[in-house]
Design a binder for this molecule. Structure first.
Ligand code: FE
Ligand code: FE
Ligand code: ZN
Length: 277
């Protein structure tokens, strides 16, 4: 089995259109925004269109998809109305994901905006408790964050706390973003083994479901979160090659969120496939 690699595709035109876009650049998985990333509105779902994507994925042996929540979702916002808005969006997204059952839904845990990390963690767990039901087919993923501003999820410990509060439900896991962990201070260039060992000790590698594979414009522990093209940033090609080739990450979907156009993604996907042959 080869690597599952793809990019973040535009969601315009619906499910099948996204699958075709992914295939066009050589992908066999992809990420997409479940709704307007900077707003909240969601397009109506056509169940027939979802069926077509499911058929396309089967035909082309796709790995799991990694949907992305909108950036406006902040489950631990200081303001009540933003929290309510975010919880409603999360609940609606989880329902919508059931049209393409069995895939992943990734979100930024949130920014506590001055309330403190403890309160942030508590609020995120509380919101998740309402939606993480053993009956859902989707696995919900907390994304590792760069630690920009008051972002929760900049350490593996913070993510583990959220999952612990909820009793580590089966349908909850982690998506590791290489740019974010690097910016967060985890040296995946000098000590990938040590970082993965630490992840395993704190969270458990069995709870790592997906990887966002990005280079970073900034040095280790910069807490900036600015993605760079593969091999053109501070992480570099060699280190990213070790990530995509690592046996502990085998079979997981790798998603590119690099500043590329379609030709750029096609080239990155081709290069990463070659690395892992
Ligand atoms: Fe993200
Ligand atoms: Fe990411
Ligand atoms: Zn990012």
């Amino acid at each position: 089995m080869g690597i599952f690699i793809g990019n973040h595709v535009s969601s315009s035109g619906g499910f099948e259109a996204m699958g075709k876009r992914a295939l066009d650049v050589g992908g066999n998985t992809f990420a997409f925004f479940t709704r307007n990333p900077r707003g909240g509105s969601a397009a109506a779902i056509d169940p027939g269109d979802a069926e077509k994507l499911i058929a396309l994925m089967k035909e082309h042996n796709f790995g799991k998809l990694v949907a992305h929540a909108p950036y406006t979702m902040n489950l631990c916002a200081a303001k009540d109305d933003i929290r309510t808005f975010s919880r409603n969006m999360l609940a609606d997204d989880i329902k919508r994901m059931e049209y393409i059952p069995g895939n992943y839904y990734n979100f930024h845990p949130g920014s506590h905006v001055g309330q403190g990390e403890e309160e942030g963690i508590r609020l995120i767990a509380q919101a998740l408790r309402e939606v993480i039901d053993p009956g859902i087919s989707t696995t919900v993923l907390l994304e590792t964050m760069a630690g920009k501003g008051s972002e929760v999820g900049k350490t593996f410990e913070e993510l583990a706390r959220i999952m612990d509060i909820l009793g580590n439900p089966e349908k909850l896991g982690v998506c590791l973003d290489t740019c974010h962990v690097w910016d967060g201070g985890y040296d995946i260039v000098g000590d990938l083994e040590g970082v993965l060992k630490h992840f395993d000790d704190v969270i458990g590698l069995e709870r790592l479901y997906a990887v966002h594979i990005n280079d970073s414009k900034n040095p280790l522990a910069a807490h900036k979160d600015r993605h760079e093209k593969i091999g053109q940033g501070c992480i570099g090609a060699e280190a990213l090659k070790r990530v995509v080739s690592h046996p502990a990450l085998k079979g997981k979907p790798f998603i590119l969120e690099t500043p590329c156009d379609d030709d750029g993604y096609r080239e990155e996907i081709r290069m990463i496939r070659k690395w892992t042959e």
